[in-house]
Design a protein around this ligand. Structure first.
Ligand code: NDP
Length: 265
């Protein structure tokens, strides 16, 4: 589905911005939440190319928008643009939520990931994170803050070495789950049909394999399931980051079940 460029966006109250953005499930999910809450608010998807977030935010605010969810490739721009960030959000180096009146920024990706892990009963343990992009950074920082012992592995080792030094976690050249109770695929590989190949032997018997991606087949999750691990894709994290965003904007409890139902396929 095509989403309009920000200069051509129809009036609404909230939006998800990024590029590409037409595939986003957020409008379905957030409009269902507003309906369930009996609120006459509208949520749309708007294309904002890299480098245009500041100008777009000023324009959208003048057009009556109150808040934005921010996705690829704009989360670092949103972080830099934010007039104020709470202490936890400022640790992530990326913001995925903006409130337009004051330009306050917030990160709900990290807390959403941790809420999903808590619901699945995952306690601080040894964890392997695959990838070295924005999502790997956020999820590894969130795990580190919660007391997990984190190692990062990436296809391009130099990037993982740089990221792990920046955020103070271990870098590993082996994609091995040995001794781990949690293995996280934070790569964008399932978008291209590939996937990191993990050596699953020696993983804890109750280990969880978590993929941030959603809505696409995951070779990572298929291999984890074949190795006897529990698996979880990124759909529940998507719902939770949206729910936490709505709660941050409106100060009311988000109707998570209505949001889940809206994106169930
Ligand atoms: P980035 O583009 O920032 O990072 C991509 C990473 O994936 C790089 O480390 C890259 O390795 C690695 N990679 C790409 N293809 C392969 C492959 N075939 N094999 C191994 N590694 C590969 O992506 P993001 O961090 O923005 O997003 C990652 C994923 O997380 C996406 O699928 C996104 O949809 C999902 N996501 C889900 C959310 C949710 O709410 N559920 C929230 C945010 C993101 P290299 O450095 O070698 O190029």
């Amino acid at each position: 589905m095509n989403a309009p460029h920000w200069r051509d966006a129809s009036p609404a109250d909230y939006a998800v911005v990024g590029d590409p953005i037409g595939h986003s499930w957020s409008p379905l999910m957030q409009n269902a939440a507003f309906r369930a809450l009996g609120l006459e608010l509208r949520y749309s998807a708007i294309r904002v190319p890299a480098g245009e977030l500041a100008e777009a935010a000023t324009h959208l605010r003048a057009a009556g928008f109150r808040g934005l969810n921010v996705t690829v490739p704009l989360k670092e721009e949103a972080f830099a643009l934010a007039s104020e960030l709470d202490a936890e959000s400022s640790r992530y180096g990326a913001a995925n939520v903006l409130e337009l009146e004051t330009l306050r920024g917030h990160n709900t990706d990290g807390p959403a990931f941790m809420n999903v892990l808590r619901r699945l009963g995952v306690e601080p343990c040894r964890a392997l994170v695959l990838g070295a992009g924005g999502t790997a950074r956020t999820l590894a920082v969130a795990l580190g803050l919660a007391g997990f012992e984190v190692a990062i592995h990436n296809r391009t080792p130099q990037k993982a070495a740089r990221l792990s030094a920046e955020i103070g976690v271990r870098h590993t050249l082996q994609a091995s789950a040995r001794g781990c109770s949690l293995v996280v695929d934070a790569t964008s590989s399932s978008l291209t049909g590939g996937g990191p190949l993990v050596e699953w032997s020696g993983a804890s018997p109750d280990a969880l394999a978590f993929a941030a991606a959603y809505g696409v087949p995951s070779r990572f999750l298929e291999a984890a399931a074949a190795a006897g691990l529990r698996t979880q894709d990124g759909a529940e994290m998507l719902v939770e980051q949206g729910a936490l965003s709505l709660e941050w904007w409106l100060g009311v409890e988000a109707p998570r079940e209505a949001m889940r139902e809206a994106i169930r396929r």
